[in-house]
Design a protein around this ligand. Sequence first.
Ligand SMILES: [Zn+2]
Length: 319
Amino acid sequence: MTTWTDRTADLAAGRPLSLAAPSGIDRAAHHRLDEAWLAAAWSHPSTRVFVVSGGQALIDETPDGATELVMTPSFEAPLTEAHRYFLGTDEDGVSYFALQKDTLPGRMDQSARPAGLREAGMLLSPRDAGLMVHAVALENWQRLHRFCSRCGERTVIAAAGHIRRCPACGAEHYPRTDPAVIMAVTDEQDRVLLGRQVHWPEGRFSTLAGFVEPGESIEQAVRREVFEEAGVLVGEVEYVASQPWPFPSSLMLGFMAHATSTEIDVDGDEIHEARWFSRDDLRAAFESGEVMPPYGISIAARLIELWYGKPLPKPSDAL
Ligand SMILES: [Zn+2]
């Protein structure tokens, strides 16, 4: 039996899930507590360093038209008291670090420019996107967890950015990841259920999504969220793929979900409008401009595409 996961692999052959593709980086976590190893890696001439600040890094175009993170040897990296994150090594033994700073360094040439993950994630290679998403996730966690959640004392960074230690009570705090579910719900007629969030513009539809609550399985979260947001009952759910989503600290768990009811009753709080679309409905709605195709780096577009069976029409196709 072919599963949705198998079909994802086929579909992803030419275009991997953004932010979820193999990055080719070994995180080499066993080095994080080895200060001597880290010092040697930092000063090695092959080591590459980039600065992350406020979720942004500098990107640049290469002569062959690709986009890459702007990285320098460590001796050219900005002198800083800033936080230094060890991100891993590649198959050639090159070590990668990110420096967290309050601002990005001055542009090194005319074309380098700051970009956040929503933009850079679509442009960068899987390696660079993987490095950036790791650094941004660490930065977000560091920024929001400066104080010990047990005793309130200010914590200090350890393990090359991957632990915060409390000098007062000795607690060790680890980066947190908040699971969220995102699902393409289909019915017996093989239509897909898409919703428009209250703060989205007219015509912007996408998959439903929500956070997993304490004491809940991810399958339960899929059923609860779909019922809460759209009033539709869900039976079988099938996991498809996941995607880091550090805005600020989520992990998106993508599902195909099978509805056992079709009547829609939107909650009005999170979802303003929800509709069932057949493939013909969706194509016609894209072409007429009534519905805007999902865009960006989110796994949402890929889930819809998986159901649709081929790449979704791009806005330019409809013009
Ligand atoms: Zn403490």
